[in-house]
Design a protein around this ligand. Structure first.
Ligand SMILES: Cc1cc2nc3c(=O)[nH]c(=O)nc-3n(C[C@H](O)[C@H](O)[C@H](O)COP(=O)(O)OP(=O)(O)OC[C@H]3O[C@@H](n4cnc5c(N)ncnc54)[C@H](O)[C@@H]3O)c2cc1C
Length: 410
C-alpha cells in the first residue's frame, strides 16, 4: 500500500497539550501526524514536580489561573473536561496509576514519575497509529497552501488542519522558543505579551545572599491599593533573590507589570502575622529585642532586620514610637529589593499568548485562520504550581484534537 504523505491533522509540538490533542484527533477518526523539534517529545514531563511529575491538582478552581482574556471563557474551557474525567483518561487510556498527596492537594504517578507519563503517552500514540516525526522543526504555517506546514530542511507537510501546541518560552532547552507566539502573530492574532511565570525574583545587589537557604512562612503582597494581590505560603531566600512556592505563584503579577514597564512593590509579612500580633509579643517581652525576635524568626533573618533598622542593641520594651513603627513595618510590610526575575531559563511557565477570545472555546479553532487550532501554554492562561498547567494542557489538547478532527469531517 502506498504510504500517504500528508495527514488530516498535523499537531506541531509534543508536550502534554500536543500529545493529548493527537490522541483525541486520532480517536475521533482523523489521520494524525505529530512533529516535534526535539529527539523525544514531552521533555517537561520529565522535569516536572522535581522529576515526580505533578500531573493534576486534587481540585480545581478556574479563579487560580491568570489570563488577560475573559475569565468566563477560561472557566468554560476548563469545565469542558471535568477533573475526574481527565483523571480517568490518565488512568484508563494511558494506564497510569495515580496517587494523591492530600497535604499539598497534588496528584502524582504512583511510580516512574514523568518518564512513565511520557512513555505511556508515546505508547498510546503508537496504538492510535499517530505518525510521530521527531527532530522536525516547524518554521511556519501557510494557510493557503496545500503543503501547509513549513519544516526546517524539508518539503512542507500536507495537512488539512494544523494544531499549534508548541508551548511558550520557558525552559528553551526543552524546545520551547516562542514559535507559537510568532506564528500566531504572523497569522494575524494579537498575542498578549508573554511574561515569565512560576519564577523566582532577583535582588540586583545580592543584598540578602547571607540569608540564602532560610525558609519561612509569610504573607506576600504584590502591588498597591485595590490592585494589590496577596497570598500565604513558604518563602525561601536564595543566593540571588527570593523563591519558594509563594514567590513562584505570585511573581507573575510583578513580571507581567514589569514586561509593561511598571515595577510593583513586593512586601512580606513574616510568619503571616499582623501588627497587633507583634505588638502583643512586644508588650509582654523582657530582655533584648533581638532575643525576643529570635524566639519567633530564624536567627540570621533577625540579625539582618535589626542591622537594617539599626536597632541591634535595643531592648524589646519600651521602644521609641518611631522605632516601633519602623520595626512593625519591617515585620509586616518588609519591602523586597527585587529588580527582575529568573527569566525564561528558570520560569516553569509562560503567561500571555493567544487571546482566548480569538479562538472558538469549543474547538480552540482560530477565528482568524480556520485551519489552525491552538492548545496548551501558547494560549493566554497560566496556573499556579500544583498540577494546574498540565491540567490546562490536557483539557485544551482534547478540545483542539477533537475540534480539528471534527472540522476535517464537516
Ligand atoms: C521545570 C518545570 C517543572 C514543571 N512542573 C510542573 C508540574 O509539576 N505540574 C504542572 O502542571 N506543570 C509543570 N510545569 C509546567 C508544564 O510543564 C507546562 O505548562 C506544560 O508542559 C505546557 O505544555 P505544552 O504542551 O503547552 O508545551 P510544552 O510542554 O512546552 O511542549 C511544547 C513542545 O513543542 C515542541 N516545539 C516547540 N517549538 C516547535 C517547533 N517550531 N516545531 C516543532 N516542535 C516544536 C517542543 O519541543 C516541546 O516538545 C513545569 C515546567 C517546568 C519547566
Amino acid at each position: 500500500m502506498k504510504k500517504r504523505k500528508g495527514c488530516d491533522v498535523l499537531v506541531i509540538g509534543g508536550g502534554p497539550a500536543g500529545l493529548t490533542a493527537a490522541l483525541h484527533a486520532a480517536k475521533a477518526g482523523a489521520d494524525v501526524c505529530l512533529v516535534d523539534s526535539r529527539p523525544v517529545p514531552g521533555e517537561k514531563l520529565l522535569l516536572s514536580g522535581g522529576g515526580r511529575c505533578n500531573v493534576l491538582p486534587l481540585s480545581v478552581d478556574a479563579g487560580v489561573y491568570a489570563t488577560s482574556s475573559s475569565p468566563h471563557t477560561l472557566r468554560k474551557i476548563l469545565q469542558s473536561w471535568p477533573l475526574g474525567e481527565v483523571r480517568g483518561f490518565l488512568e484508563d487510556t494511558l494506564g497510569l496509576r495515580l496517587v494523591e498527596q492530600k497535604r499539598t492537594g497534588k496528584v502524582f504517578p504512583a511510580s516512574g514519575g514523568g518518564e512513565e507519563v511520557r512513555d505511556r503517552f508515546l505508547a498510546a500514540l503508537r496504538r492510535s497509529k499517530v505518525r510521530l516525526l521527531t527532530r522536525t522543526r516547524a518554521m511556519g504555517i501557510l494557510p493557503n497552501e496545500r503543503r501547509r506546514v513549513v519544516v526546517e530542511g524539508g518539503p512542507g507537510i500536507v495537512a488539512d488542519q494544523v494544531i499549534v501546541a508548541t508551548g511558550g518560552l520557558s525552559y528553551p532547552r526543552t524546545g520551547s522558543d516562542g514559535f507559537g507566539f510568532r506564528v500566531a502573530e504572523t497569522l494575524g492574532h494579537h498575542v498578549v505579551p508573554p511574561y515569565p511565570a512560576l519564577v523566582s525574583l532577583r535582588n540586583g545587589r545580592f543584598e540578602h545572599t547571607a540569608l540564602a537557604g532560610i525558609s519561612v512562612p509569610v504573607r506576600l503582597e504584590v502591588g498597591e491599593g485595590r490592585a494589590k494581590r496577596a497570598a500565604v505560603g513558604d518563602f525561601l531566600f536564595t543566593h540571588r533573590g527570593y523563591s519558594g512556592p509563594v514567590v513562584l505563584n505570585m511573581a507573575y503579577y510583578a513580571t507581567r507589570a514589569l514586561a509593561a514597564g511598571e515595577h510593583l512593590p513586593v512586601r512580606v509579612a513574616w510568619l503571616d502575622r499582623s501588627e497587633s500580633d507583634w505588638l502583643e509579643l512586644l508588650a509582654g517581652a523582657k530582655g533584648t529585642l533581638r532575643g525576643m525576635l529570635k524566639k519567633e524568626l530564624p536567627d540570621r533573618l533577625v540579625d539582618r532586620l535589626l542591622e537594617e533598622l539599626e536597632l541591634w542593641e535595643s531592648a524589646a520594651s519600651p521602644l521609641r514610637r518611631e522605632d516601633r513603627a519602623r520595626l512593625l513595618r519591617a515585620l509586616v510590610a518588609y519591602e523586597l529589593p527585587w529588580v527582575d526575575c529568573g527569566g525564561y531559563r528558570e520560569a516553569e511557565a509562560t503567561g500571555g499568548g493567544v487571546p482566548l477570545g480569538e479562538v472558538d472555546p469549543k474547538t480552540l479553532r482560530s477565528h482568524i485562520v480556520p485551519c489552525v487550532h491552538f492548545c496548551g501554554e501558547v494560549l493566554d492562561a497560566v496556573g499556579p504550581i500544583g498540577g494546574y498547567n498540565f491540567l490546562w494542557a490536557f483539557v485544551t489538547g482534547r478540545l483542539a484534537g477533537e475540534g480539528a478532527a471534527l472540522v476535517r469531517k464537516s
